[in-house]
Write a protein that binds this ligand. Structure first.
Ligand code: HPA
Ligand code: ZN
Length: 324
């Protein structure tokens, strides 16, 4: 099964590129940039990744990205991930990026975009791996700041495949971001949003009704609201589920308790994703394998889930046809 899951062409629709920063690269970038880390070894970093909830993770995630300063750093970050993903049979990666987190520490948008663009072109040429870019708004910061960031991103609108909404969910409902998502819609940019990870089912409804998103990132808490589950099924809304992330952030206690089997049973259009692979114990293959170990799913189930991701991916129809 391991070989089958590795060979299965997989598209990843939910990845935070800053969350792919492995401790080894964190140390080498810290050294290159003369930054002191509050850790003495890679093992110490990994030991610190013992999270109690989303916020406890976000604290280390924002601290970890402090080593990213130059376009070369962003290029190295993304190439490092693309190589690992490609080895795991990933053929397409859609990455969220958090420009506000970089702007807040003095790293300007062109630095981020230049580095990521270069890596994306190289990944396509050297690995045959396609990618998409999702500009994410930090929901725990003011809505006006998100709007300002999207305006500043004008030179890059053309290369955006989507905008997204991430960071601390509780108390930061989608309704806070109606204006900036309306603006993205006017620009013709597709929209996705994290909802129903730690937040209530109501946030999933808001993301659909107020932000007009085409996918829900996570969405696992929809099960608390049967009418919402029926709607997600009827409209075949794609959920980008991240099983190992949910375990590590204690959305569920262990893989055996993960609601994936119920979500599948409910007829929802699911995809499997890694979220922040460097922090949550593995990439796409580890997530697929964890599902196999916990639920004993058949090859057909994995083929269907991988197919959902290819169908819902931001890629040209030509590329999709070549992969399906
Ligand atoms: N959830 C919400 N925001 C995030 C995450 C996540 O798992 N990773 C990076 N930003
Ligand atoms: Zn996420």
């Amino acid at each position: 099964m391991h070989d089958f899951l590795r060979r299965l062409p997989k598209a990843e629709l939910h990845l935070h590129i800053e969350g792919s920063l492995e401790p080894e690269l964190m140390f080498s970038l810290a050294e290159r940039n003369g930054i002191r880390l509050p850790y003495d070894s890679v093992e110490e970093v990994r030991a610190a990744y013992d999270f109690t909830d989303l916020q406890s993770f976000l604290d280390l995630y924002y601290q970890g990205m402090s080593v990213l300063r130059t376009a070369e750093d962003f290029h190295d970050l993304a190439m490092d991930y693309f190589r690992r993903a490609s080895d795991e049979g990933v053929v397409h990666v859609e990455m969220h990026v958090d420009p506000q987190a970089h702007l807040a520490r003095g790293v300007e948008l062109p630095v981020v975009m230049e580095g990521l663009s270069l890596a994306r072109r190289r990944a396509w040429r050297e690995l045959g791996l396609s990618s998409a870019l999702i500009l994410a708004f930090l929901r725990d910061r003011p809505a006006e700041e998100a709007m300002e960031m999207l305006e500043r991103a004008a030179p890059y609108w053309e290369m955006l495949d989507g905008v997204g909404l991430d960071s601390a969910e509780q108390g930061n409902p989608p309704e806070k971001f109606v204006a900036v998502f309306r603006f993205a819609r006017e620009l013709g940019i597709p929209r996705v949003a994290h909802a129903g990870e730690e937040g209530p089912p109501e946030y999933i409804r808001q993301a659909l009704d107020l932000l007009d998103v085409c996918r829900i990132d996570h969405g696992v808490r929809c099960l608390e609201d049967p009418a919402l589950v029926a709607r997600l099924r009827d409209e075949q809304v794609v959920l980008t589920v991240c099983p190992l992330s949910n375990v590590r952030l204690r959305v569920v206690e262990q893989m055996a308790d993960h609601p994936l089997p119920q979500l599948l049973e409910a007829g929802l259009r699911l995809t499997l994703n890694s979220d922040d692979p460097a922090y949550f114990g593995g990439g796409m293959l580890a997530n697929f394998e964890a599902c196999h170990d916990a639920f004993g799913w058949s090859r057909e189930t994995f083929v269907a889930l991988a197919g959902n991701a290819l169908e819902a991916a931001f890629m040209s129809d030509e590329r999709r046809q070549a992969l399906l």
